[in-house]
Design a protein around this ligand. Sequence first.
Ligand code: ADP
Ligand code: MG
Length: 721
Amino acid sequence: MISDFVKVFYLIKLINYISVVKQNYLFTPIDYLKGVGPNRADLLKSELKIFTYEDLLNFFPFRYIDRTKYHKISDLENTNSYVQIIGKFIDFRHSDNSKNKRLISLFSDDNGEIEIIWFRGIKWIEKSIKINLKYVIYGKLNWFNKKFSIIHPEIELLEKHNKSLKNNLLPIYSSTESLLSKGINNKLFTDLIFNIFDKSDNSFKENLNRRINEKHNFISKYEALYNIHFPKNQKLLSQAQFRLKYEEFFFIQLQFLFKNIINKNKFKGFNFSKVGSFFNSFYHNNLDFELTNAQKIVIKEIRKDFSSNAQMNRLLQGDVGSGKTIVALLSCLIAIDNSYQSSIIAPTEILAQQHYNSITNSLIGINLKVKILTGSTTKKQRDILFKELRNGEINILIGTHAILEDKVVFKNLGLAIIDEQHRFGVAQRSKLWKKNTTPPHILVMTATPIPRTLAMSVYGDLDISIINELPPGRKPIKTVHRTDRKRLQVFKFLKDEIKKGRQIYIVYPLIEESKKMDYKDLMDGYESVEREFPKDKYQISILHGRMKTEDKTYEMNRFKNGETQIMVSTTVIEVGVNIPNASVMIVESAERFGLSQLHQLRGRVGRGSKNSFCILMTKERISNDAKTRIKTMTNTNDGFKIAEVDMNLRGPGNILGTQQSGLLNFKIADLIKDKEILDIAREDAKILIEKDPQLKHIDNKEIKEEYSRINKNSILWKHIS
Ligand code: ADP
Ligand code: MG
């Protein structure tokens, strides 16, 4: 009975399998690949999101080593680099004195010796490795106890190694500790991928069109995939890389172009044709400074969008302190002049509260209802608020993510503004679209300046405005680097500044729930600050993510009102906080912060007319990357320059705010290094869409299929005309 059941089960599986294979060999589930058992299949799926043959083929090597090149032990120098050595294991010993058992062997070539260390699989290693036979080992070089060593290298008998040379360039795949410990290593990847090719018929479905293939002289899809994994030679590898990078860029660019077309066609926008009394009376009576030219230009751009009959989707980039908030408020007033509601969404409660305070203050004398909605708005307040929102009494709603919830229903939301966009994802932005049948105009603001090419790619569906000047009278913030040895001098400096009436931020890295890290945590810091600045003379505020909202607000207000001179805090104050009298920013363990975070933190000072300072405290010895970051900070205040350095240090995929967008997780392409390929791909995509906007032509069938597959459900062809 049971066995019949099992038979039927497998029969169904087999039928599925055959039909899938017929459809497209590459869509075969990874479970069916020779060499992948159920355990490995699970791991590949959960750890690497590899579900099909195609996914595995699209798991590209991150580098290649020339297998015909070997290192001599006596020439080794760079730790952390990967090395390949021919030699013999000359002895084995156990080391039990530490907590971990380990097996240590000496490996020798004719020039020297190196230690090889294993923590796992010790018995098996001892049994299978023969002393005095020639092996090839490959692994990452460590420097420990004044000796070079390699932990868990890949090992192959020289004789076998020479035979197995499928080619000279050995692909290297990235892996994780947990995969490695389960035997999913480089060799396995190579074997598995080889098995895919082994059973294929030397052709894969094409995904571009003839015109493009001919224009760029692309090798076939099959050859490209084959050579990316098993390069027959350097030339074919380069050709494979060129094609695959192009494909990635091409399909992303198509996506942006389609989105743009859809936005322009499908989403008719509210027409805010007039600028009325709210805007005008605010502008003439309440605004106590002259807008900068850049601010004026941006307002013009927004007004143009407002009256264009299409929905606005605009990104406003402006460095910290450049005055984005006032642009947001003025835009809200135009919406209100046209009888629509507007909303400002901030990433943190502190920031939402600050916007609420400053906006209600600046609107004094103007008859508008502004309310705030955050996670800590009580049920009772909510009920009232929801009612007022639905019947249109509330003109501006300020708040956090809470606003995005479906329960929050406006009478007629005409404009939605997202502040510090880099803290939000694309998904959240799209939620706003659904607040009305006609989507509101959308303005997203960010202080994370990203170079223009990158912006186009990350926010390709948005129009971009830039505020490229600071309000007049700002003095550049003086930034210095100090190590712990200079701490007393730093304290003395702080006391002098406080005497002059200034206020000070001291920021510590995360307090992300007791990570076992060796740097000071906030509480230690707070205590040492208290010791140095005794209660009888100084008042200190403290602020961190785990505090209750009331307490946060209380502390924030004390500092804002000048009742406390020092604010000890974590990075909760990183974005947006605006307290002009605070003129010194101390960043503790600054080596632990990324550049954009440091720049954001520094942006908390320099907001008044007084001289401001940023002091980056680090320990004596810091990594080279940390040195570069600190040096960049002390050299420049220019957010764009800082963003460039950041991108060079970390690669564009890691730039704040781009991860969530999911658009920069390129598998093989690199936005900076492959910019030329990006340009070509973008141009081709444009031409394609101009000629055949619905991809109806038979020549474009493959492109359409691939596109639809990548962007499941995300496109409604009927909207493209
Ligand atoms: P950010 O762009 O970082 O959000 P804010 O909008 O918080 O900057 O503005 C920083 C400070 O500059 C605020 O105190 C704001 O009132 C002030 N400000 C904005 N625009 C001007 C201007 N044109 N002239 C003078 N001060 C301005
Ligand atoms: Mg701001």
